[in-house]
Design a protein around this ligand. Structure first.
Ligand code: GDP
Length: 400
């Protein structure tokens, strides 16, 4: 009899607990307060686009969404589970370069492996040193850094006497890392200024010539920031390329970042201003502004970019100006870089398409020419193919 009573009690408790869980699940779903919709009065003013309430789940997310993240409600009510909003979860940024190293190694074999095989020759005569020099120049390391490196290698190899492959590799690694300068500060300044009232998001301007991968990089960078726990607002200030705003908005929607955009061919500075305003209203950590990259004339560029920066700075100083450069363009890219550097104070370089070139030496030459560190590198067209730049991991990938 006692056993029967006990069983009934257990059954009642179990049923109530299950009901409670379902309710909790429902309540939890109602909890997040809807984000404030920005007020838009003038039709010509930039408009703010909110990620749809039910964003489409991308392929990556479908694969990577861990099972344990499902809510009780999703399990109990499968019909609703299908419609549950699920944003993509970008890959963590720590160690990305190591994960993506094969991309680099494939295209950089000529540089790293080439140097190793030349240095391993039985006789290191003048011809061999010339070949080494040529290899470095072909990889866009630049004249001055190439001469410095060859000089140091000559001295160190002499001191070394016998040359085992391991010794040579170690020596070359050391010298290449030194050439890239590991002491440069490659931190991205993306933290909200909580000391101000109201708190103001960090503002990043992404600049560069059309076609270098600027919009793609802005989208990937939003994912990098989201992956590192930041909330992001995107500003589609490239109002000259028709598809740019749509492209950026799609990137934003995938990770829940709002995109502020304006009318086609509208004023980029006004979009950038509104994006920061929206970032402040939302309490976002970072506002990422994709700018237009029409390098028609230096004066034109100066007017345009200069104005964007000036107008945005009505809210407060810009934290980062990231120059996006296409690594495959070699010397041409360096010329572009210099023009941009004369127009705005670049704080970091993003080198894209390093997966498609053997000219990895551009990392060295662009840093030397601009005196600004490479902070991120693009290693493919995939959503998470943008990695924080780490000199050691980069050189390891070069040496295979
Ligand atoms: P924008 O005009 O500078 O904004 O250029 P987009 O962002 O539209 O990019 C131009 C093209 O470059 C697109 O096809 C991108 O997928 C491609 N791209 C961007 N970054 C990389 C990269 O790191 N590797 C490769 N292989 N392609 C890239």
């Amino acid at each position: 009899m006692e056993t029967v009573i006990l069983a009934v009690v257990i059954a009642v408790v179990a049923v109530s607990a299950a009901a409670g869980l379902v309710v909790t699940g429902r309540r939890r779903k109602q909890l997040p307060a809807p984000k404030a919709q920005p007020q838009i009065s003038k039709p010509a003013a930039p408009t703010t686009v909110q990620p749809p309430a039910e964003p489409q789940v991308g392929e990556d997310a479908a694969v990577s969404a861990p099972e344990e993240r499902r809510t009780v409600e999703e399990v109990v009510l499968p019909a609703q589970a299908e419609a549950a909003p699920e944003l993509e979860v970008p890959e963590p940024t720590a160690g990305r370069l190591i994960r993506l190293r094969s991309r680099l190694a494939r295209s950089q074999n000529t540089l790293g492996k080439g140097l190793l095989s030349l240095l391993s020759r039985d006789r290191l005569d003048e011809d061999t040193w010339e070949e080494i020099e040529e290899l470095l120049l072909t990889a866009d390391v630049g004249v001055q850094p190439t001469q410095e490196l060859v000089e140091r290698l000559r001295t160190r190899v002499k001191v070394l006497g016998t040359r085992t492959p391991d010794e040579l590799r170690g020596l070359l690694r050391e010298e290449l890392v030194a050439l890239i300068d590991p002491s440069l500060d490659r931190t991205l300044h993306v933290a909200r200024h909580d000391e101000e009232t109201p708190a103001r998001p960090a503002v990043l301007l992404v600049v560069g010539v059309n076609g270098v991968g600027k919009t793609t990089t802005s989208g990937k960078l939003a994912r990098v920031l989201v992956a590192d726990g930041h909330t992001v607002v995107l500003g589609a200030a490239d109002t000259f390329r028709a598809a740019a705003a749509d492209q950026l908005q799609t990137w934003g929607e995938r990770v829940g970042a709002r995109t502020v955009r304006g009318p086609e061919a509208g004023d980029p500075a006004s979009v950038a201003f509104d994006a920061v305003k929206e970032g402040i209203a939302e309490g976002a950590d970072t506002v990422l502004v994709d700018t237009a990259g029409r390098l028609h004339t230096k004066t034109g560029l100066m007017d345009e970019l200069g104005k964007v920066k000036r107008v945005v700075e009505k809210h407060g100083p810009v934290d980062e100006v990231l120059l996006v450069l296409d690594a495959t363009t070699g010397q041409n890219g360096l010329v572009q870089a210099k023009v941009f550097a004369e127009v705005v104070d670049i704080t970091g370089i993003v080198l894209t398409k390093l997966d498609g070139t053997a000219k990895g030496g551009i990392v060295v030459s662009v840093q030397r020419q601009l005196g600004v560190p490479v902070k991120l590198i693009g290693l493919g067209e995939g959503a998470d193919d943008l990695a924080p730049f780490e000199p050691g991991a980069f050189v390891d990938a070069l040496l295979g």
